[in-house]
Design a binder for this molecule. Structure first.
Ligand code: AMP
Ligand code: ZN
Length: 314
């Protein structure tokens, strides 16, 4: 069993208030919630706000959309199970006889463990929205001059980290943008978006700041991976206070160097190895930060914040 992280008193109080206000709908499983209309409205408005910011910065990202499942082959090749075995979720399904189906249903009817009746499928739940982008671009052959910028949208990502903290979900929306190009182009893009995203969040009245960060690599060797990632400043996060104690990472900016392009064989127009970077806004965390900062009554938010998200409708 994955360790369940208990909520802090502030996190438990925020969750209760969100449920009471109809902003979140509990499912009975920690970290899995439905969303009420105000929550969903703000989430979608924020997504559009990011899309407008990209256009205002002169970007014309190519839109690609993928379902929230990946071929399991992909996380096997990427070393995800070495780095993040604790977060992965695989899809299993039944392939047996009628008698076996009856046995499975009976076990399940008693709410006992029915996993012995299940087989592994070719799918896992997507842990990061950019993962399907890299093989898709590799399939096209060498990059055009200047590389590509891809908008894989705000799709669901799964991470098996059950928690009582409403900001730590098992299934959540991650809005990504991906840049694949020459190393310098990619780094400049990543840093430009880090600064742009910070301004976008500060403009929404959030007490946001960025810092060097690392991914939650597993185990003792994972601690070394995390230290090296920090040393090379490969990952930045924007942090905003939600419920105490610590500020929460609401967006991340990742420079993968040739991790994905080497594996999939993505080359630049002149035959060099491309590098990749991505950014991810954690939608639910940003909505929670806004609700925590401006109050649970969305209609009563400061007019300047409402104008940025709702435009003329504010
Ligand atoms: P990462 O790929 O871990 O950098 O995640 C991208 C963004 O998704 C983070 O900056 C968070 O805002 C958000 N995120 C990551 N894990 C969770 C989670 N368990 N619950 C909610 N949002 C998350
Ligand atoms: Zn990504």
């Amino acid at each position: 069993m994955a360790a369940f992280r208990e909520a802090s008193p502030d996190q438990a109080e925020l969750l209760e208030a969100l449920v009471e206000a109809g902003l979140l709908v509990p499912s009975g499983v920690p970290g899995v919630y439905g969303r009420g209309s105000d929550f969903e409205d703000v989430r979608q408005r924020f997504d559009a706000y990011v899309t407008r910011a990209a256009a205002a910065a002169g970007e014309r990202p190519e839109v690609l959309r993928f379902p929230p499942v990946l071929p399991r082959r992909q996380i096997e090749d990427l070393g995800y199970l070495e780095n993040f075995p604790h977060l992965a979720g695989a899809v299993f399904a039944f392939e047996g006889t009628e008698a076996q189906a009856r046995a499975m249903a009976e076990t399940a009817g008693r709410h006992e463990d029915w996993s012995a009746h299940q087989c592994m499928t070719d799918l896992v739940l997507t842990p990061a929205v950019c993962y399907p982008v890299y093989p898709a671009i590799a399939r096209r052959g060498a990059l055009p001059a200047g590389g590509v910028t891809i908008d894989p949208g705000a799709s669901y990502a799964f991470r098996h980290e059950p928690s009582g903290d409403p900001a730590r979900l098992q299934m959540f929306h991650m809005r990504e943008l991906v840049r694949i190009a020459e190393p310098e182009t990619v780094q400049t893009w990543r840093d430009g978006w880090r600064d742009r995203a910070l301004a976008l969040l500060v403009d929404l009245g959030l007490d946001a700041s960025f810092d060097v960060a690392s991914d939650p690599f597993f185990g003792r060797s994972g601690r070394m991976m995390a230290a090296s990632q920090r040393e090379q400043a490969l990952k930045f996060e924007i942090l905003v206070p939600i419920a105490a104690p610590e500020p929460t990472a609401v967006a991340s900016f990742n420079y993968h160097q040739d991790h994905f392009s080497g594996l999939y064989g993505i080359t630049t127009a002149d035959g060099g190895t491309a590098h990749t970077a991505c950014l991810g806004f954690g939608h639910e965390r940003i909505v929670l930060a806004l609700l925590h900062t401006h109050g649970l009554d969305v209609a009563a938010w400061p007019p300047e914040v409402r104008t940025l998200l709702w435009g003329a409708e504010a």
